[in-house]
Design a protein around this ligand. Structure first.
Ligand SMILES: NC(=O)c1ccc[n+]([C@@H]2O[C@H](COP(=O)([O-])OP(=O)(O)OC[C@H]3O[C@@H](n4cnc5c(N)ncnc54)[C@H](OP(=O)(O)O)[C@@H]3O)[C@@H](O)[C@H]2O)c1
Length: 240
């Protein structure tokens, strides 16, 4: 079995990735709150304890099944809630960081532990963002989590290089995609997000890329035979 495990496959880029990978012959499992597919597992990443337990049970269901290739994509993400750090509610801070960072790592921990000794090609991709590399006013939590995830992947890559059956951990910058996340940005206010006009113009100028096109480029990257441990890939270099 060629297996693909993703977070956030209910819509947006994650949905397009699930469909692209299924078309390419992968058995797909995805984790999200909406969990709309037969292959979905319902999980709320804002709740780390549940995420850990549910992910552990789900990956254990594969037991010792023969796996020929494993692709893992940490894709789920949220900008909620957009606005200055000084006005973030405690619950919103926890939900953002738990979703984008703590639970993302907990889910990856379960997957890596379960499949560490599986002797096949294994790629672990973190869907990152330009926000990992520069600050955006109004997105402090998202920027912090994305930067943290990129460095998590770099450290994991060093560890995996020492393993007999390593995962190849990589970061992927998906560019600017026409999804609900962009709609949420455009529906915010200049007071909460000073760069809003630039994002509204991008949509008007047709500069957003479809999730299907980005998913095609991500699949291309995942299947590269020359992947480098801990490297950062940009979909723009691969046709999106
Ligand atoms: N759109 C862009 O321009 C852009 C740019 C750079 C990076 N990215 C990154 O690309 C990835 C995909 O973004 P997208 O644009 O496709 O976003 P999206 O359309 O908003 O979809 C987000 C996905 O994450 C899941 N998710 C969110 N909160 C969750 C939670 N608490 N528990 C479980 N799943 C949760 C959602 O599923 P449920 O709601 O069903 O739970 C959904 O499947 C994200 O990591 C994002 O940061 C996007």
């Amino acid at each position: 079995m060629r297996l693909a495990i993703l977070t956030g496959g209910s819509r947006g880029l994650g949905l397009a990735l699930c469909e692209a990978l299924a078309e390419r012959g992968y058995r797909v499992m995805e984790f999200s709150r909406g969990a709309p597919h037969a292959y979905s597992v319902r999980l709320d990443l804002s709740s780390p304890g549940d995420s850990h337990r549910i992910a552990a049970t789900a990956v254990a269901s594969f037991g010792n099944k023969h796996i020929e290739e494993l692709l893992v994509v940490s894709n789920a993400g949220t900008l909620d809630s957009i606005g200055p750090a000084s006005r973030q509610e405690r619950a919103a801070v926890l939900a953002n960081v738990n979703t984008n960072f703590t639970s993302a790592i907990l889910v990856l921990t379960e997957i890596v532990a379960h499949f560490q000794d599986t002797p096949c090609r294994k790629v672990l991709a973190n869907i990152s963002s330009g926000a990992a590399q520069r600050g955006y006013a109004g997105w402090s939590l998202y920027c912090a989590a994305k930067a943290g995830m990129e460095n998590y992947v770099r450290a994991l890559a060093l560890e995996q290089q020492l393993e007999p059956h390593p995962f190849i951990p990589i970061n992927v910058d998906p560019g600017v995609i026409d999804t609900e996340m962009q709609a949420l940005i455009r529906s915010s206010s200049a007071a909460d997000f000073p760069e809003i006009e630039r994002f509204i113009k991008r949509k008007e100028q047709g500069a957003l890329v479809s999730p299907e096109k980005v998913a095609g480029a991500v699949c291309h990257i995942l299947q590269l035979t020359s992947l480098s441990f801990g490297a950062r890939y940009e979909v723009g270099d691969y046709g999106a």
